[in-house]
Write a protein that binds this ligand. Sequence first.
Ligand code: NAP
Length: 518
Amino acid sequence: MTNTPEKTMNTDSFQGIDPATGQPLPGFFQEATADEVAQACEKAAIAFLEYRKKSGAEKADFLEKIADEIEAIGDELLQRAQAESGLPLPRLTGERGRTTGQLRLFAEYLREGSWVNARIDTALPDRQPLPRPDLRQMLRPLGPVGVFGASNFPLAFSVAGGDTASALAAGCPIVVKGHPAHPGTSQLVGDAILRAVTACGMPDGTFAMVQGRTTAVGMAIVEHPAIKAVGFTGSLRGGRALFDAAARRPEPIPVYAEMGSTNPVFFLPQILKERGSALAQNYVSSVTLGAGQFCTNPGVAVLQQSPEADTFMEEAATAVTASKPATMLTQGIQRAFAEGIGKLTTAEGVQTLGQATAADSFANGTPILLKTTAEALLANQALAEEVFGPGSVLVEAKGREQLLAVARSLEGHLTATVWGTNEELPDYADLLEILEQKVGRLLINGFPTGVEVSHAMQHGGPYPATSDSRSTSVGTNAILRFARPVCYQNFPDALLPDELKVANPLNIQRLVDGKWTS
Ligand code: NAP
């Protein structure tokens, strides 16, 4: 389970790999045994009995301490994350800020306290024909949560990422499955969380991390009876496997799986006339950003046939041809990208518009733009599926009706974007209405990459973008995934949680007899 640099490699150990060179990085990591996973889950169940009772202020101090401890690791963390992911240092510096900022945002949210959604119906003893009892409801934590991070955000969607922050905020202990693409980064962050557990006097077992390269480790977490919910970020295949495993348990549990997405972008005719050239450049920048390894990467663009659409495609083709290959996160992801693009290029009705010059090095992803028709896409939905990496398919529609037909045919995605002038957008209200049923975030005149961590953010969408479209994995609403409502009927005031006491000692917003008050 722990990093033991002095240890010699054996079949149960593995090393981080530098995706730029394919060379192993220092340090060996132990594949967790079934007993170790069980022990972590059982300790989490015991820790829950105490941790669930921590006040919002105590949990807020704890989250802030985790953020401080992560910052205190300093450059070592960024350097290790860079070596394991191939992501550039400025990007990782920003991601560390996002990770600590997320923890501090949840701390602020806990101190404010109203997230528990307190609802009070006061007793009506004289009501006829029956009296009404005193009813008080609030959200309470679910229990230990299993967390799986993705490879493409080694900090912000990993060991101390949004799932961990929101589950700890809700009052749930965590058992994290470290991502095998960045075991050293995971270890540094996991140790920082453990230091915060000790410093804040949180119960032993509030946080544990197990590492491993086999799916058995993750499956053992999901199948353990002590685990009461799962937060997952990663591929559709992985998320679906864990979701199905959770459903097969004697006691099924919720799996909040945030998975892949193609994030369709619709370019309307007038805006292409006015700003087509700049948009083509910006589109390619968005497709190739971070080697296209974002869940919000725009994988499909839809345009109506016109001279302006032709110009857009030509300019986009030139831009992608001039772009540079970049190191991908792992060789496995690079291979999956190459295979996915290979399938697309040989599919009926698809042609290559432009492609960067491949570099002859270890895990490079070569940016590519493909072109197809609305008819081809409508006949073969695989053309709109995520191919994780710097590639995108431009879809040409023969007019408005075909553009709407493509929108109707889409599966669930995290985002959809419409680019249009103020004059033409109202004429496409029907397009927006269709897209609203397909995604969790709708953008006008923007690019979907870049997800704000805030109160109003929604990062989730209908299946297959996520396993539960009612949830978000980014922003403060993420806490709601790990809590459930409990109603206390006719409780003496002294036995109620502070959030529900008559005097409202925490001064939070509450719905009292149908009116919001504080
Ligand atoms: P991944 O391969 O699915 O891995 C995610 C984690 O799940 C790893 O710890 C992996 O461990 C584990 N896992 C995968 N399949 C499993 C199985 N069958 N049983 C048990 N555990 C399993 O994902 P990734 O390639 O790192 O991430 C890239 C993907 O994540 C892209 O599709 C991207 O769009 C998506 N993503 C989505 C969001 C979002 O918020 N929606 C954010 C970022 C990324 P092992 O490798 O040991 O199996």
